[in-house]
Design a protein around this ligand. Structure first.
Ligand SMILES: Nc1ncnc2c1ncn2[C@@H]1O[C@H](COP(=O)(O)OP(=O)(O)OP(=O)(O)O)[C@@H](O)[C@H]1O
Ligand SMILES: [Mg+2]
Length: 289
């Protein structure tokens, strides 16, 4: 009786900020699930400007990790680093290590194109191709040699919670869809090449609250099969959807130059209710200034 009561109390003490707090993956001990990404002492420079300094962070599979922090602290830079999207920017150099699924992501032997197939990306502004709804989703599978992509198109649109709305108008231009539908189409397009990870940079910034809610629901559903990393300026969104939160800020210590640093990361409930660092607390309570 005694121990039962103690256990019950311990369980109730888990933070309830996040809807995801008591869902599958986050409830399991981290130790039994090796990280899908291990970022160690990672820095990135644009020319002489150091945009990120010494970031170390593990990202666990089948979870949503939120990256938050003030404008210019390097969130998008960090997110793009996770699928080598900064490779094409002239003057970029990096230090440190990002291990993805057990291999060094920036090793010479790694093909960035193959990487991007396993790691999809969804942007702030929905960016469908100016072609039909069908062709948008079929694009990736066709590129990879699938000449009859009907099945994967349907499955991806179903998975992105869009099928019901578009199944009779697949030949219509993607540009005729609403913003929220376009964003779900972009998610379907990302899913169609069967990635392991989906990176999302402020995916709801251009959407109204209802379209935002649908994307959030969808993200939570997708963690059954995918790992999601989301950058968001919306604190409520981070609290609602994510399992873990990483707070970045702009740091001026050291040589006096502005640079992005990771202040702290942990379970979302803990970051939002009892952050370890004053800078995190100031930011999440809106005192950042
Ligand atoms: N291609 C680039 N060339 C030079 N500097 C860049 C480039 N991209 C970003 N930066 C700089 O790197 C820093 C981090 O930018 P980043 O876009 O990663 O920030 P962010 O946290 O995503 O900001 P926001 O919340 O406004 O989107 C900023 O000072 C930015 O000006
Ligand atoms: Mg950004």
């Amino acid at each position: 009786m005694m121990s039962g009561a103690t256990r019950g109390f311990a369980q109730r003490r888990r933070p309830v900020v996040s809807r995801r707090a008591d869902r599958g993956a986050a409830g399991r001990p981290a130790a039994v699930r090796p990280p899908i990404y291990s970022i160690r002492d990672y820095s990135l420079w644009y020319g002489d400007f150091r945009a990120l300094r010494g970031v170390s962070l593990d990202i666990l599979p089948n979870e949503i990790t939120a990256m938050i922090g003030p404008s210019g602290c390097g969130k998008s830079t960090m997110l793009r680093s996770l699928n080598r999207m900064n490779d094409g920017i002239p003057g970029v150099s990096i230090a440190g290590s990002i291990i993805f699924e057990g291999a060094e992501l920036y090793d010479d032997s790694i093909d960035p194109v193959a990487v991007r197939r396993r790691i999809g990306m969804v942007f702030q502004r929905p960016n469908p191709f100016p072609s039909s709804i069908y062709d948008n989703v079929a694009y990736g599978p066709r590129l990879h040699g699938n000449r009859r992509p009907d099945e994967v198109v349907e499955a991806s649109l179903r998975r992105a919670a869009l099928w019901g709305e578009v199944k009779d108008v697949l030949d219509r231009s993607a540009m005729t869809l609403s913003g929220g539908q376009q964003q779900r189409l972009c998610i379907a397009r990302a899913l169609a090449v069967q990635p392991d990870v989906i990176l999302m940079d402020e995916p709801c910034a251009a959407l109204d609250p209802i379209a935002t809610f649908r994307i959030e629901e969808l993200m939570i559903e997708l963690t059954a099969d995918y790992t999601i990393v989301i950058v968001t300026h919306n604190m409520q969104q981070a609290a609602r959807v994510s399992d873990r939160t990483a707070f970045f800020t702009v740091d001026m210590s050291g040589d006096g130059q502005r640079t992005g640093v990771l202040v702290e990361h942990g379970e979302t409930g803990a970051i939002f209710t009892r952050p370890a660092d004053r800078r995190t607390e100031d930011y999440i309570t809106g005192r950042f200034g």
